[in-house]
Ligand binder design. Structure first.
Ligand SMILES: Cc1cc2nc3c(=O)[nH]c(=O)nc-3n(C[C@H](O)[C@H](O)[C@H](O)COP(=O)(O)O)c2cc1C
Length: 185
């Protein structure tokens, strides 16, 4: 059976490149992985007052991550960091204190941007945020997808070959990492 990977999309935009990257990764992933592309529109704002009686959307998001075999973040960069909607979702799943849903999950970070820097600052911020609340984070290879604006056709299919290739390489490395941390299929 394939390992289920919750693939969290850091943008709410309908035509988001991040969503298209996540969908392309789901298609390109090796058969040992099943990417569950997850958008964050339904997750309410984190509010510590609600922790005693959490909203249903928090609970189902946490449960989805807990049941997974790994987590992939596919995110754009907003003002040299991650979008607020992604930080909110991370805060939601990081609680209750000491029982983060991300704990033990082999984690991958994929940033992208139409610009020249590929969202590297967002990826680096995730590397700051996650270690205390996540599982192991894949360090190599690094992946910052620049020039993503012309990578897809009108149907949202990935047509830029160098991007396909780099995603495939990344997914192979990530599949090996997941295998290692889940002790084989
Ligand atoms: C509020 C905001 C801030 C942004 N800041 C950055 C940035 O710091 N670096 C960058 O490369 N692009 C930045 N952009 C441009 C985004 O990369 C671009 O809008 C991208 O398409 C958003 O990702 P998405 O297509 O997945 O929604 C910013 C866009 C917005 C709306």
């Amino acid at each position: 059976m394939a390992h289920t990977i919750v693939t969290i999309v850091g943008s709410l935009r309908k035509e988001a490149f991040s969503l298209k990257v996540a969908n392309a990764m789901a298609k390109l992933s090796p058969s040992s992985l099943k990417l569950d592309v997850t958008t964050l529109g339904g997750i309410s704002f984190f509010n510590q007052d609600l922790e005693a009686n959490p909203p249903a959307d928090w609970l189902s998001f946490r449960e989805k991550i807990q049941k997974s075999d790994g987590v992939l973040f596919v995110t754009p960069e907003y003002n040299r960091s991650i979008p607020g909607v992604l930080k909110n979702a991370i805060d939601v799943a990081s609680r209750p204190y000491g029982r983060s849903s991300f704990l033990g999950k082999p984690t991958g970070i994929v940033s992208n941007s139409p610009g020249a820097l590929g969202g590297v600052a967002a990826a680096k911020h995730l590397q700051n945020i996650l270690p205390g609340i996540s599982g192991p984070i894949l360090g190599q290879p690094e992946i910052y997808l620049n020039g993503i604006g012309d990578a897809f056709n009108d149907k949202g299919e990935l047509v830029k070959e160098p991007v396909q290739k780099v995603l495939q390489q990344y997914l192979e490395a990530y599949a090996g990492f997941v295998e290692k941390w889940n002790g084989g299929i």
